[in-house]
Design a protein around this ligand. Structure first.
Ligand code: VGL
Ligand code: ZN
Length: 239
């Protein structure tokens, strides 16, 4: 039998076995190759949110090695840093009689009250020492206005006060954002949704995040992200 016929039969055989129809296209479709317009946004991977920190996220330390590997796949990487004043309005300690995880009405609406965390200049507020992405290009801080919290890396909780990140991304032509970090249901999801509002393509890399999960906030965050067109990815999808 000529080689070309043998090869044809082999290919047909693979098709009937479902190999070409299922396995091969799956690999091709799921691989995400970050481009020069893609950016990895590493949200609040700071001591305060790691075990031993002031607002520790359960198993938050597990994501550091995943994020370091992801960092090598992106030319563009940005870190964010929660960066509060010592008597910040989001701290329970700033509201006499209130305890952490209770809520209060502030000028812009309902605010969850947190333990004192990520205070400017403290070791608690430093980026995790295990992070190793030397080519990261920007550290953007948020939550530094004493009276306004900012889960989002784009706009503070009043819906008006900007961090400047939208303009930065626009000027650099970065329109494809991959979000990871802490916490899934607060700063990660608010940042991802605001990135969508800024007209960007957005994916959250689920295994490179960990959540706080207060009263069902984790499920609610994933539902809201889905509603806003945030895609859900896994670190193994990224080539
Ligand atoms: C965060 C609560 C308060 C976060 C920051 O990084 O998700 N959560 N401040
Ligand atoms: Zn905070």
């Amino acid at each position: 039998m000529p080689v070309s016929v043998k090869r044809r039969q082999f290919l047909l055989g693979m098709t009937s076995a479902g190999y070409l129809a299922a396995a091969a296209p799956y690999v091709a479709l799921s691989a995400i190759i970050p481009s020069s317009k893609s950016v990895l946004l590493v949200v609040d991977v700071q001591n305060c949110f790691l075990p031993g920190g002031t607002l520790a996220v359960d198993r938050g330390d597990e994501i550091i090695s995943i994020i370091n590997s992801l960092g090598q796949k992106f030319k563009n990487v940005i870190f964010t840093q929660d960066w509060h004043t010592p008597n910040h309005a989001s701290f329970a300690s700033s509201h006499p009689g209130k305890k952490p995880f209770e809520t209060v009405e502030l000028s812009y609406g309902n605010q969850i009250l947190w333990p004192d965390h990520c205070i400017q200049g403290t070791d608690d507020a430093k980026l995790a020492t295990g992070l190793n992405i030397p080519h990261a290009q920007l550290i953007i801080r948020k939550g530094y206005h004493n009276e306004i919290d900012s889960y989002s890396t784009f706009v503070a909780a009043d819906g008006k006060t900007k961090t400047g990140l939208t303009s930065y991304l626009q000027e650099r032509g970065l329109n494809d954002v991959y979000v990871c970090g802490l916490a899934t249901d607060f700063c990660v999801s608010w940042s991802a949704i605001d990135a969508r509002r800024a007209g960007l393509e957005v994916s959250v890399i689920e295994d490179a995040c960990r959540g706080i999960n207060l009263n069902g906030s984790l499920d609610a965050a994933w539902a809201s992200m889905k509603e806003h067109g945030v895609k859900r990815a896994h670190s193994s999808d990224i080539a």
